[in-house]
Design a protein around this ligand. Structure first.
Ligand code: ZN
Length: 556
């Protein structure tokens, strides 16, 4: 075979499909096979014939799918080229970060901002895509596909499909017991087949988002009113809900971490809830879920987008809402409320390269407080500990744990350096939250003030070779789901709303989750609505008789 024939070949459709199928199976599915072999070794099912059978089955599966694709003659070549490039991109992210490309990951990617995305792009990725994706695609482009006369081509194709399908069926049948054992016990393996699962997920994402766009938003809690206790309350209330980003409980001193990452919060009279779990493992899932009345078990993104959320219910009850966002947006949650985007500001010392440190959200907050005439809930959406460039999330003064990993390719850093950089972001969040509490304290004379802090999800910092977050919930590690949850109430707030803080403290070790946010905020603000469920209100057992106590206050 001459060089000419290799680089500008003439091939029939079945041969091109077979070569491409083999390439996809062997080169682009290393993550899948690594997981398969690990599962086989663990269960003692590993043997060479079965392992060969898996390779053969995957190659045959790709071969058959490509043959079916080839029946749309004009699309075959461009689609095959696209598949080769997509598979190379997917493999890079799965291998490098241990992530899975599912519908929520794709949604995350689509809704993320440019700066966040650029942290993931680098020379290594570019070279990887070029050599393993673009070059094979160019080869396909240069291939001259040879067709026989129509009828002969069709008959031959059908015959080959028949043979390949029988071979696949035969292989699966021969090893049926092994296949079913491995697949039944490792359901997540199917997520790793590249590019089938990512392509399926992308189609699902498109379908879901088209459905969502077509549907009107259903009202929720329109019967919400400020309960009787409000009539006797002298002061207006300000509740700040801080939505954290990528903060995991494991690295909070308050939750048992050995390093001092909470020097400021430890000195505040806060209530910390150490056993709290997130709804999702990525912002795009967690954020809508936190504010929705759907529980994690019933949550779907399209349902959340079709229905109003906690903020709307509060508006129905006559509460003012302000959403300040220093992250890549509110994922639809703040669609119907006043929103300020601080990420786009250009404040010297606080902002650089198109993003700002979280304390930028504190600017102007006092003058906003000064003008408040109504009960108000303010949401501060942090940039927090978003990776992989943890070292960019905190000002220089918070570089306490060193050396920091300053490589956006975190997996190339020693794990200790990754943790150093990450811990510095937690230290900065500790400072940020303490500053918010300070601000609320200094306004406690004029308003009843309170703070609610929950992170959206956790993070993997290289444990078992897994980085970042976003794994499907069912098999995501604890580090991605166990989140910090902190509450601070001014004395007047708890007195006025009849919240027994000692009682809340006694229950702080219970299991809580994002499911509790919706009902607890309604509960703490004494808002009456049919959508409220006391079972999910963390305060429901700690209410003193509100009316009685506030009437007593009046009598005195
Ligand atoms: Zn997030």
């Amino acid at each position: 075979m001459t060089i000419q024939k290799i680089f500008k070949p003439k091939l029939s459709v079945p041969v091109l499909a077979l070569v491409s199928g083999l390439y996809l199976a062997v080169v682009q599915n290393t993550t899948f096979f690594k997981a398969v072999f690990a599962a086989l070794n663990k269960s003692g099912h590993g043997n060479l014939p079965f392992e060969t059978a898996i390779y053969l089955s995957l190659t045959l599966l790709f071969f058959l799918l490509l043959l079916l694709l080839a029946s749309i003659k004009p699309l075959f070549k461009p689609l095959l080229m696209l598949i080769l490039v997509v598979a190379a991109v997917v493999r890079f992210f799965m291998d490098t970060y241990g992530v899975v490309i599912d519908a929520s990951m794709i949604q995350n990617l689509m809704e993320t901002d440019f700066n966040e995305a650029t942290e993931l792009f680098n020379l290594k990725l570019f070279l990887h895509i070029f050599f393993l994706g673009v070059l094979p695609a160019v080869w396909v482009y240069r291939t001259e596909i040879q067709y026989r006369p129509f009828l002969s081509e069709v008959l031959r194709r059908l015959l080959i499909i028949g043979i390949a399908a029988s071979l696949l069926g035969g292989t699966v049948f021969t090893y049926y017991k092994d296949f079913s054992f491995v697949l039944r016990n490792n359901r997540s393996l199917r997520y790793l087949i590249n590019p089938n699962y990512p392509v399926y997920s992308f189609v699902k994402y498109l379908k879901d988002s088209m459905q969502t766009q077509a549907i009107q938003v259903n009202a929720l809690g329109v019967d919400a009113i400020q309960n009787k206790s409000w009539q006797t309350r002298g002061k207006k209330s300000i509740v700040v809900i801080v939505v954290g980003e990528t903060a995991r409980a494991e690295n909070f001193t308050l939750d048992g971490y050995v390093r001092e990452t909470n020097p400021r919060l430890s000195k505040e009279d806060i209530i910390n809830f150490p056993n709290t779990h997130s709804c999702g493992t990525a912002t795009a899932a967690s954020l809508p879920c936190m504010f929705s009345n759907l529980k994690r078990s019933r949550f779907s993104d399209s349902d959340a987008k079709q229905n109003e959320n906690l903020l709307d219910v509060l508006i129905h009850a006559g509460v003012n809402i302000l959403w300040k966002d220093n992250n890549s947006g509110c994922k639809g949650v703040c669609q119907r409320v006043t929103t300020e985007n601080t990420e786009i500001l250009k404040i010297p010392d606080l902002c650089a390269e198109g993003e700002c440190f979280d304390e930028v959200m504190l600017l102007g907050l006092q003058s906003y407080f000064d003008k408040i005439e109504n009960n108000t809930v303010i949401v501060l959406h942090q940039k927090g500990s978003h990776g992989p460039a943890y070292y960019k999330r905190h000002p220089e003064g918070f570089k306490v744990f060193t050396p920091e990993c300053t490589n956006d390719q975190v997996q190339d850093c020693p794990q200790a350096d990754i943790i150093n950089a990450y811990d510095n972001t937690i230290l900065y969040t500790d400072y940020f939250l303490a500053e918010v509490i300070g601000l609320l304290k200094s306004n406690a004379g004029k308003y009843n003030t309170a703070l609610f802090y929950m992170s959206d999800h956790g993070e993997s910092l290289g444990e078992n070779g897994i980085y970042l977050h976003g794994l499907p919930y069912s098999f995501a590690p604890e580090e991605q789901k166990h989140i910090p949850f902190i509450l601070w109430l001014s004395k007047d707030f708890s007195d006025s709303f009849g919240l027994d803080t000692e009682c809340i403290k006694r229950q702080r070790n219970a299991d809580y989750s994002h499911d509790n946010l919706f009902h607890s905020v309604l509960g703490m603000l004494d808002i009456k609505t049919s959508t409220y469920e006391a079972d999910y209100d963390i305060f429901s057992h700690c209410h003193q008789a509100v009316n009685a106590s506030s009437q007593q206050v009046m009598r005195h």
